[in-house]
Every structure is written in C-alpha cells, then in structure tokens.
Design a protein around this ligand. Structure first.
Ligand code: SF4
Length: 177
C-alpha cells in the first residue's frame, strides 16, 4: 500500500478547502472522496458534489442511494443533531471510505467532517478509528476545526463564491425557517 496517500472523505466543497490544504502541507497526497447518502434530497446531494468538483476535479465519488442512510437511521428520526443518528451517519460514511481506500491501495483515511463546530469530533474519531481498524488502515485523527479551521474554510468558500448550504444534510436536519 502507498504510505503517503490519504483518502479524504469530503462532505461538501465548503468543508473541503482547509482540511485539504492542511493535509497537503503535511506532505500527504490527498484524494478527495464523496460518499454522502445522508444528503436529502438527491438534487441537493448532486449540487454539493458538483460544487466540490469545481474545487477538486479529481474527486472520486460513489453513486449512493438515500436508502443506505434510511436503513441506519431508522428509529432515530427524532434524535437531535449531534445525537445517536449522527454517530451512525459518520460510521456509514467512514466505513465506505475505508472500503474504498482498500480498493485503491491507500493506507490512510481522514474526513472533513471535523471542521464543523456543529459536530462532535470525538464521535467522528470513534467512527473513523473503528472503520480503519476493521480494514487494517490508519485513520488520521485531525480535528480540523482547531486553529480557526472552520473560519478559514468559510473564508475560502466566500472568496471562491461556493454554494453554502443551510443545513447539515439529512432531511431531519433541515431547519424549519
Ligand atoms: S444531522 Fe448531519 S450528521 Fe446528523 S444524521 Fe443528519 S446528515 Fe448525518
């Protein structure tokens, strides 16, 4: 397996820039990977992918079905954001990332998810480490929101005029305005 590559699970273009820059500066060859079956509706999933491809044309992406997310979130529809449903959502996405890394011969995985102050980094680390362990990989445990990561990634998104969504992703996270 190639040692210095990392498959970076990426949720959207806004969250991508800071983690990508940080990992690149630390010497990794970063391969962006989009697998987010949680994002509702499908048109929104496509919109976030299209926006990501604008800043990262080499993104690898999966065709994914909302059903994958509904299977793991069944019974957890009324959980609050940052609750049990989110942990399952992280596990789903990072398990698939680990599977893909093995397929591509990449030994490291990471995720942009920790850049968000709305998400619990320890839950993301748990999901990432579990997936990495199962597949014999290393999960790069970066808490990207640290050192102003969230502020910087938002600033880059504004400069590049990227689409900035108003909700996390699943239909349960859509804020009623
Ligand atoms: S709120 Fe976000 S992290 Fe939580 S389940 Fe929904 S899409 Fe996943």
């Amino acid at each position: 397996m190639t040692k210095n590559k990392v498959l970076l699970h990426t949720c959207c273009a806004v969250c991508f820039s800071y983690p990508f820059n940080k990992l690149s500066l630390e010497g990794y060859e970063v391969i962006p990977y989009f697998y987010n079956p949680n994002i509702y509706p499908i048109a929104e999933q496509q919109r976030r992918l299209d926006e990501l491809i604008k800043v990262a044309p080499d993104t690898i992406f999966e065709k994914s079905s909302l059903d994958d997310f509904y299977k793991i979130s069944k019974g957890l529809e009324n959980e609050p954001e940052r609750g049990k449903r989110c942990l399952k959502c992280f596990k789903l996405r990072l398990q698939k990332t680990a599977q893909k890394a093995v397929e591509l011969g990449i030994s490291n995985i990471a995720t942009t998810l920790t850049v968000s102050p709305h998400k619990i980094s320890s839950d993301i680390f748990m999901a990432g480490e579990e997936a990495a362990l199962e597949y014999g990989l290393t999960f790069l445990k970066y808490d990207f929101k640290k050192e102003n990561g969230f502020k910087i990634t938002q600033q880059i998104a504004r400069e590049k005029n990227l689409y900035r969504q108003q909700y996390c992703g699943c239909e349960y996270s859509i804020r009623k305005l």
